[in-house]
Design a protein around this ligand. Structure first.
Ligand code: UDP
Ligand code: MG
Length: 343
């Protein structure tokens, strides 16, 4: 952060059919923004960016009206419903150009807007990433609470690093946003990617409230799809599970083979039983392991095509480096030849 200048903050709000709650949200966010501007915590150029994620109700009309009357309110409208995560990305990409930091928050006021002030304090203290963590979820339905807990547990088992009880209420500095832009995968699971960025991070705790108005846009179907997307875009453990179980079946087929032979020599079997039993276990195990092995390679391809950056640089102390020379227009070989002629 440039210490001489107040940071320009943009609050990105994804909105999908949020006509019932939008005006309340806009009022709350504007008032905290104005408070922080008057406390000289943030620049007066700070603003809110509403992202209309292809709503079918009056959301965009309301955003347009807000933009006319409230000079802190901006909006973009997506061509069609792209989903919460993509709406967030669209907003962040747009806001990145003119902001020093951005905060993403849901439109329904379930996340305490008062925490924004603490986000900014943490940012000003030098943190590039600030996670909003739900302290308690007593206002969520029991169903939502349990499914969410189950989600974190499964993700952990699958080896996906997530911040417990953190959703998409977070602050990212400009350079964290730029770093995020280097993750070029199509299936963008932001909660999993942000912890991979590194940089100095901090946490802010808040109480999760009930939706101010309207109803959840995340039915069970979308929640399951979200979890499945998270697992399959971060982990190849399900494939490894296939390989290992195939291997175990093969081992088991050896044991079953010995058992079948013993039975055969003791004369306890009907003709043909031994060979059938042996083939079933052996072929089954071999096939499973084969699928798993192919999967391992597909997994590698899957990791490669994402073109993720291999590292991110936080800061550097480098002395005595010469500026890299501009590449010359003449190819190296002609240059060498002509210099030889000169000497
Ligand atoms: N949302 C969105 N696109 C969608 C679904 C949801 O932009 O396809 C937005 C929604 O307007 C809200 C946020 O994502 O601002 C979180 O959705 P919601 O509050 O319904 O989810 P929940 O809190 O119930 O998990
Ligand atoms: Mg919500």
């Amino acid at each position: 952060m440039n210490s001489n200048r107040l940071p320009v903050l943009t609050i990105v709000v994804p909105c999908y059919n949020e006509e019932e709650v939008l005006m309340i949200t806009a009022r709350e966010l504007t008032s905290i923004l104005k408070e922080m501007i008057s406390e000289t915590l943030i620049s007066p150029e700070s603003s809110i960016l509403f992202v209309d994620d292809g709503s079918m109700d009056k959301t965009w009309e309301l955003i347009t009206a807000l933009h006319k009357t409230n000079h802190h309110a901006n909006g973009i409208k997506l061509a069609k419903n792209a989903g919460h995560q993509n709406a967030l990305l669209a907003g962040m990409d747009t806001a990145k150009a003119y902001s020093d930091c951005i905060i993403t928050i849901d439109a329904d006021l379930q996340d305490d807007v008062q925490a924004i002030r603490q986000f900014i304090h943490k940012y000003r203290a030098g943190h590039d990433v600030v996670y909003g963590i739900r302290r308690e979820r007593k206002n969520d339905t029991a169903f939502k609470r349990h499914t969410a807990q189950w989600f974190y547990r499964v993700m952990e088992k699958m080896g996906v690093e997530l911040i417990y009880n953190h959703a998409d209420y977070r602050l990212l500095s400009k350079r964290a946003l730029e770093e995020l832009g280097r993750y070029r995968e199509r299936n963008f699971f932001m909660r999993g990617v942000v912890p991979l960025l590194g940089f100095s991070s901090a946490e802010v705790y808040y109480d999760r409230k009930e939706r101010a108005a309207g109803e959840s846009k995340y039915p069970l179907r979308k929640m399951l799809a979200f979890a499945f997307d998270g697992i399959t875009s971060f982990s190849i453990k399900p494939i490894r599970f296939l390989t290992i179980s195939g291997f175990l079946f093969l081992v088991f087929s050896a044991i079953a083979g010995i058992f079948a032979l013993v039975q055969k020599f003791n004369g306890y079997t009907v003709p043909g039983w031994t060979s059938i039993i042996l083939s079933i276990w052996f072929i089954g195990g071999l096939q499973l392991m084969g699928i798993g092995l192919v999967g391992e390679y597909v997994g590698k391809v899957f990791k490669e095509v994402k073109h993720r950056p291999r590292y991110g640089i936080d800061s550097g102390l480098i002395r005595n480096t010469t500026q890299p020379k501009k590449p010359s227009a003449t190819p190296l070989r002609t240059r060498l030849r002509s210099s030889r002629k000169l000497s």
